[in-house]
Design a protein around this ligand. Structure first.
Ligand code: NAI
Length: 328
C-alpha cells in the first residue's frame, strides 16, 4: 500500500523503514489536518500520530482522495472523529499496547525527579552550586497515591509503586468502589481527591474525563498535592493548575502532556517567540516539571509501534481480521 505518513519524526522514518518493506511510505513532517490532507493524494492510507487532527472535514477530504485506512501510530484515538469515519466507511486501526512500561516508568521518573528536585540539582551542580537550599523532598513511603484510570499503564504504574511502601487508591469506572484487587483499593473520585498526597492520571481523554482536574476537583484535594499527568493534556485545566500552584494547593506538577501541545511538542521552538502564555507561565514555576510527550519514547515502544503498524497495514490489505486493533 502507498501510505502518507504525517507528523514524521526521524525515529518514525528509521523504525518504519527498518521493518521488512512491503509498503511504500511517503513521509511528511506536517501534521494532518484539513489544510494538509491533500498531501495524501495518490495514497491508500494515512499513518498519523497524537497531534494530527482527524476532524470530520479532514476525514471527508481524505475520503474524497480515495483514502481507505487511518493507521494510528498510537493507542489514544481522541483526535479522530469516529462517527464521521464510520459514516465515510474509513477503517481506523491503532496500536493498542506497545509498552505500558515505557509510560509507567516515565511517570515514576517524573514523580521522583519532581519530588527530589533532580531537575534543579542537575543544573546547580554543573554551575558549581553545591547548596541544598530548596531541594528538600519527602519520603514516598507512607504517602497515599491516587491513580485515576487503571488499565494497562495505570496497572503497571501501581506495580512499580508497590515497592515504595505507599498506600494506593484507585479509581476506574470498570471497578466498583470498595473492591480490592491485588492489594489495590478501588474507591470513588472524591476519595481520591480528598485522601491522596499524589495523584497520577492514566485514563483516556473522553468528554467525561475532560478537565477531570479543574478548580472544583482541586479544591477537594489536600494542600500541597503532587499531580502527575502522562495521559492526555485535556485531562487537566492548566489555568486552574496555575491558580493552585500560586496558592500552594498544588505542591508539585509534572506534565508530559498539555492540552494545547499540538504545534509545540515534538518541535524545536527554541528560536521562536512562543505565544502560549499558559504554557510559558507553567515553565516559570520551580515546582513544575514538563516533558514534551516523551513518556512513550523508548526503543522497545517505538519498534513495537512500527511492527504493529506494519501488521495493521498488511492485515487490512490482505482482508484479514483486524478486529483486535480496530477502533470503532
Ligand atoms: P487502557 O485503555 O488500557 O486503560 C485506560 C483505563 O482508563 C481503563 O481501565 C478505563 O476503564 C479507564 N477509564 C475510562 N474512563 C475513565 C474515567 N472516566 N475515569 C477513570 N478511568 C477511566 O489505556 P492505557 O494503555 O493504559 O493508556 C492510558 C492513556 O495513556 C491513553 O488513553 C493515552 O491517553 C495515554 N498515553 C500516553 C502516552 C504518552 O506518551 N504520554 C503513550 C500512551 C498512552
Amino acid at each position: 500500500m502507498k501510505v502518507a505518513v504525517f507528523s514524521t519524526q526521524p525515529h518514525d522514518r528509521q523504525f518504519l523503514q527498518a521493518e521488512e518493506n512491503s509498503h511504500e511510505w511517503v513521509f511528511f513532517e506536517n501534521h494532518l489536518r484539513e489544510a494538509t490532507a491533500s498531501l495524501a493524494e495518490g495514497c491508500d492510507a494515512v499513518c498519523v500520530f497524537v497531534n494530527d487532527d482527524l476532524s470530520e472535514s479532514c476525514l471527508k477530504k481524505l475520503h474524497e482522495l480515495g483514502i481507505r485506512l487511518i493507521a494510528l501510530r498510537c493507542a489514544g484515538f481522541n483526535n479522530v472523529d469516529l462517527p464521521a469515519a464510520k459514516e465515510l466507511g474509513l477503517t481506523v486501526l491503532r496500536v493498542p499496547e506497545y509498552s505500558p512500561y515505557a509510560v509507567a516508568e516515565h511517570t515514576l521518573a517524573l514523580l521522583l525527579a519532581l519530588n527530589r528536585h533532580i531537575h534543579k540539582a542537575y543544573t546547580r551542580v554543573r554551575d558549581g552550586n553545591f547548596s541544598l537550599n530548596g531541594l528538600m523532598g519527602f519520603d514516598l513511603r507512607g504517602k497515599t497515591v491516587g491513580v485515576i484510570g487503571v488499565g494497562k499503564i495505570g496497572s503497571v504504574f501501581c506495580d512499580l509503586l508497590s515497592g515504595f511502601g505507599v498506600k494506593l487508591l484507585a479509581y476506574d469506572p470498570t471497578q466498583e468502589a470498595g473492591t480490592e484487587v491485588d492489594g489495590l483499593r478501588f474507591t470513588d473520585l472524591d476519595t481520591i481527591f480528598s485522601e491522596s498526597d499524589v495523584i497520577s492520571l492514566h485514563c483516556p481523554l473522553t468528554p467525561e474525563t475532560h478537565h477531570v482536574i479543574d478548580a472544583e476537583s482541586l479544591a477537594k484535594c489536600k494542600d500541597g498535592l503532587y499531580l502527575v499527568n502522562t495521559s492526555r493534556g485535556g485531562l487537566v485545566d492548566a489555568d486552574a493548575a496555575i491558580q493552585s500552584l500560586k496558592s500552594g494547593k498544588l505542591g508539585g506538577l509534572a506534565l508530559d502532556v498539555y492540552e494545547e501541545e499540538a504545534g509545540l511538542f515534538f518541535e524545536d521552538c527554541s528560536d521562536d517567540i512562543i505565544g502560549d502564555d499558559i504554557l510559558m507561565r507553567l515553565t516559570t514555576f520551580p515546582n513544575v516539571l514538563l516533558t514534551s510527550h516523551q513518556a512513550f519514547f523508548t526503543h522497545e515502544a517505538v519498534s513495537e509501534i512500527a511492527r504493529v503498524t506494519h501488521d495493521n497495514l498488511d492485515v487490512f490489505e490482505q482482508g484479514g481480521d483486524y478486529s483486535g486493533t480496530e477502533v470503532s
